[in-house]
Structures are given as structure tokens and as C-alpha cells.
Design a protein around this ligand. Sequence first.
Ligand SMILES: C[S@@+](CC[C@H](N)C(=O)[O-])C[C@H]1O[C@@H](n2cnc3c(N)ncnc32)[C@H](O)[C@@H]1O
Length: 330
Amino acid sequence: MSVENRMKNYNQNSSYQLHLAKLSTDLILQAISRVLNTPSQTYVLADYGCSEGLNSSILFKEIIGHIENLTESNFLLFFNDLPFINWANFFKVISSQEAFISKRVFSSAIGKSFGEQILPSNTLHFGFSSLAFHWLSEPVPKYTRLEFNHYNEENAQIGIRHYTRLLELRYQELVIGGQLIFITLTFLGEDAIYEFQKELFNQLHKKGLITEEEALNFKYPIYLLTSEQWDKVLETFAGRFKIHEKNIRIIPKISLISDESQLKGMLETLSNAFFCMFKDCYESVFQNRENKEEIIDIAKENLKEIVAEKVMKQEFGEGNTICIALEKIS
Ligand SMILES: C[S@@+](CC[C@H](N)C(=O)[O-])C[C@H]1O[C@@H](n2cnc3c(N)ncnc32)[C@H](O)[C@@H]1O
């Protein structure tokens, strides 16, 4: 079976992720402007979960470009992701002419989980992350049933612990006056991406591509908090972080696009973006399979159909992003 794009390259399948990050451009630029209130010869910036670098380099060009003429300081930019991503692709992007920002910008990469402290304490001026913090550092329990309810109380506690820990680590890394701004997804009545994943998982199970045992051992490694749960997390940082923003942006329904070719393109972009995510979620299920590539291709085709059907039936509710901007104040 031959499929052109085997989803190995994140950069080619992440235009939707860039679109989501850009919904919060105004808040990101306000946060980088606040960094200038803390004088420093070198500003240290980090992107947690930068993946293969394309979206990250586009965003940081805009972020640093926004303040570059307002300061004579240098910028030291740390790109972070897990050790086993395709760093070769990343370095190709980052060293390209298009990614060049200024002679005063120096870049470095850290292949280590952001579930640990990855920078020395009190050194970071601007911490950024887009669509990465929802990957849990502590695994949730196994499915146990195919109709398993992921959004249960036990998982909620794991989720709250996870995000609190990530903020605690970033708090350690930041200087006083340092800014942390991150974009993730939030649970507003449902997690539409989880619902897509569940449908895909059940279809693969029905086709015999996922065995009963594999299905019952599955752990979905993502958890989204509700707005109220975010308040709980943020409360634990009272007096240490000032909250500048906790802003939820709603993504309009895609089915409302009337131009057919535009709609087709959007569906493709959307299913590619989701598949990038699910492929990593299913890694543990498929890792020892000889026909892993073939199953991945079938899953990708199935997902395209599911996305098209749900979007056209308007079953794909409005998605959302949550952007949280914090300043370390003590
Ligand atoms: C959906 S991609 C987002 C990439 C990029 N920020 C963007 O907006 O296009 C999520 C990234 O987070 C990374 N990631 C997940 N868990 C991580 C962890 N614990 N530490 C570092 N990176 C992690 C993944 O490897 C992946 O590259």
C-alpha cells in the first residue's frame, strides 16, 4: 500500500497547529513586551515542545521581531522537545535562511522532557509553549472497557497534578519579572479531539487491527482541564505568579465554510493535524507490529473519513484554545 505522506514529517502536517497558536498572537506579543521591564544584557527565551521547528521558527521571528528594535540586548533561544523527535529536520529548519531573525539571536536545543526542570533556576525571561503541555507526564490508568470514560475523577486529579507540576518547574526556571505564556486546549463540555480518537480506536478494533487485549491496555496520554480546573491550578500559585491572561478562544465550525475546495483543504489539514497527535498516542499499541506502517496508513485513511463525516454533520463542535499568560512576581 503506498500513501504519499506517511506523517513522518511534523512540519508538513502542522499548519492547523500554527493557525491555533496565531489566534493568540496579540497576547503573545503583549507578553514579550513585558519582558523589557526586566533589564538584561541577554534575554533567555524557551519554546517547550517545539517539534520539528517550522511553526516555532515562524512564531519566534514574530515574537523577537516585535521587541528587537526596542532593545540592544542579545537573545538566547532554547528550543525544547523530547530526545527522540526528528532533530535533523529541526536543525535544517532552524539553520535555514528563512528562519534567520537577527545576528543578536543565538539558538540552542534541549532534547529532554519538559516534565523536568530543563533550564537553571532564575534564568528564563520568556517561556512559551503551544499545544504541547497537554501531553501527560504521568500516565493515566488503562482503558479497561472500550466505552471507557477518560474524563473521570481519577484522571482529573492526574491532569491537575500534571499541569501544576509543569507550572512549578517553569516557575523555578523563570527570573522574577519573567513571563510564561502557553497555549493549550481546554475541556468545554467535551474534548472533540478525544471523541475523534475514540471513534478511530473503536473502528480499528472492530476491523481487528487492534486486539481486545491491546484495546484494554490503552492509555490516552492527553488530558484537558476545564476552565474551573485551571482556576484551581492557578490558585496554588497565588502570590508567586501574577495572572495576566486566562483567555479562551473559540474556533468557528469548519462546516460553515461554503467554498467546496477550501472546505476539502481544511478537512485534510484538520485530519493531518489530528493524525500527528494520534500516531504518537498509538505508538505503544503498534510498536511491536511488523505491519505497523500499513496499520498507520489504514488508520490515517479511516480518520479522514471520520473527520469529514463528523464535520459535515456538524457533530464537530466548536473547538477552542486556552492561552494563559503569567508573570513570576516573587
Ligand atoms: C502538537 S506538537 C506542537 C508543536 C509546536 N509547538 C506547534 O505548535 O506546532 C506537540 C509537541 O510537544 C512535544 N512534547 C510532548 N510531550 C513533551 C515533553 N514531555 N517534553 C518535551 N516535549 C514534549 C511533542 O514531541 C511534540 O513535538
